[in-house]
Structure formats: structure tokens, C-alpha cells
Design a protein around this ligand. Structure first.
Ligand SMILES: [Zn+2]
Ligand SMILES: [Zn+2]
Length: 235
């Protein structure tokens, strides 16, 4: 629907070769097993500069490997986990990354607390945020044809399965007319709402593998509130 605009949503510049089809969300969310047995033609793709798209590659790997341990239990999550384990044993190049991520699991909780309360996991928050924001920017462009700024103050929350969601999420889910989007909701679904009464606060929630919820909150790009105008001067 935005083809006539011919703008790369990642950098906001006009499209020029080399161009690539960016999957929103990244294709690796869909285990190869699912891609083989299902007709996944409705996966959302957006044309971008190849270089813009590629600049997210490493962070996308980190994002998925890091969230995968929470995906256990759903059809799409189990398939993705099986694939990751196979890759690990076949000694793929992702092995190093996966070892690093496994090392992030700790005995003594700090930061994010898992459902059983016994193990916590540190995230490289900036990388998770960068990819979460990229996905939201892609979806926003898909729905509204508007490029959101690459650099923007964004609040990201990850909600593990069985973890009690924060109260802002309950509030969001109770909004009248809150609709679920996504062609393959068992793999990836999302919802969004703009709270006009709260300084045009944009609230996006994504459900990965039917297990992990990620919320992304941000003010409208046109916002003139104090924090948006001068983010660096505030404590
Ligand atoms: Zn670009
Ligand atoms: Zn603002």
C-alpha cells in the first residue's frame, strides 16, 4: 500500500538499488519447519535499502536467540527452539552467540524475573530495544505510511509467560475497540492504540510465539511536551 511512496522506512530516504524485502517481523521468527508446512505468503514485507535492512542483522539474531528460551510451550515456539538446538549441535556460526546468551542466565535474579522465580536473565537491553523499535516502525509504516524517527525515546517492556503483566498493560487491553492484528497470530500478533488523552501516547503490544509479550510506548513524533523537546536536559 505504501509502494507509491518509495521511501525506506528505516532511514526515511527515497528507495534506490540495492533494495531488499524486509520481513516485519524478521523472518527468523518463523521456524523453517513452519515455513515448509504452511503457506506463509501473507508474511508482511516492506521494501527497504538493502544496507539499512542488513544493519539490523546481528541485533535481530541476538533478539531472537535471547527471547527464544521463553518461547517453550507453544507450537511455533517449540518449532523455533528445536531449530535453534539443531543449529547449535551442527556447530553453526550462531553457536558463539547462543553460548553468550546462555551465559546470561543467572542463579541470582537481577533485572527480569522469570516465572519460576529461580533464574533471571540479563538482556542487552539496547539491542532488544533497537529491534523492538524497528518492528514497530515497520508496522507503523505499514498501517499509516509514516516513517517514525530512528532515534526516539521509547519505553520497552518484556513480559515473560506466566509473569503478571504491569497494570499499564491491563489498561491497554481494556481499551474499547482494541483489535488484534497479524496474519499468523500463533507466531506473531500485535495490537496498538494511541492514548490521545495522555499526550498522544502510542502503545504497541506484540505477542511472540504466543508466549512473550513486548510492549513499546512512545510519544507522537509531533509531540511538543518538555521531555520530547529536550530529552537530554531532563534528569
Ligand atoms: Zn534506508
Ligand atoms: Zn512528548
Amino acid at each position: 500500500m505504501n509502494d507509491q511512496l518509495e521511501i525506506c522506512y528505516l532511514c526515511g530516504e527515497p528507495l534506490a538499488e540495492p533494495i531488499s524485502d524486509d520481513h516485519v517481523p524478521p523472518k527468523q521468527m518463523f521456524a523453517k519447519e513452519l515455513r515448509k508446512t504452511n503457506d506463509l505468503l501473507k508474511m508482511l514485507t516492506i521494501r527497504t535499502h538493502e544496507s539499512c535492512n542488513n544493519s539490523f542483522g546481528k541485533d535481530e539474531h541476538y533478539f531472537f536467540q535471547s527471547l527464544l528460551p521463553f518461547a517453550r510451550g507453544s507450537y511455533s515456539g517449540n518449532a523455533a527452539l528445536r531449530e535453534a538446538v539443531d543449529k547449535f549441535h551442527s556447530g553453526s556460526r550462531q553457536r558463539f552467540l547462543m553460548k553468550m546468551i546462555l551465559g546470561e542466565f543467572e542463579r541470582h535474579p537481577s533485572g527480569l524475573v522469570l516465572p519460576n522465580g529461580r533464574v533471571a536473565k540479563r538482556f542487552q537491553g539496547d539491542r532488544i530495544e533497537r529491534v523492538a523499535w524497528k518492528i514497530v516502525r515497520g508496522l507503523y509504516f505499514h498501517h499509516f505510511g509514516v516513517v517514525l524517527p530512528d532515534e526516539w525515546t521509547v519505553g520497552v517492556t518484556i513480559i515473560a509467560p506466566n509473569e503478571r503483566p504491569p497494570s499499564h498493560f491491563d489498561c491497554f487491553m481494556n481499551v474499547v475497540g482494541n483489535v488484534q492484528y497479524g496474519e499468523y497470530p500463533g507466531v506473531f500478533a500485535y495490537r496498538f492504540h494511541k492514548f490521545i488523552e495522555a499526550n498522544n501516547l502510542h502503545y504497541w503490544a506484540m505477542l511472540l510465539w504466543d508466549r512473550v509479550i513486548i510492549t513499546v510506548l512512545f510519544h507522537d513524533p509531533s509531540c511538543t511536551c518538555r521531555e520530547c523537546l529536550q530529552p537530554s536536559t531532563l534528569p
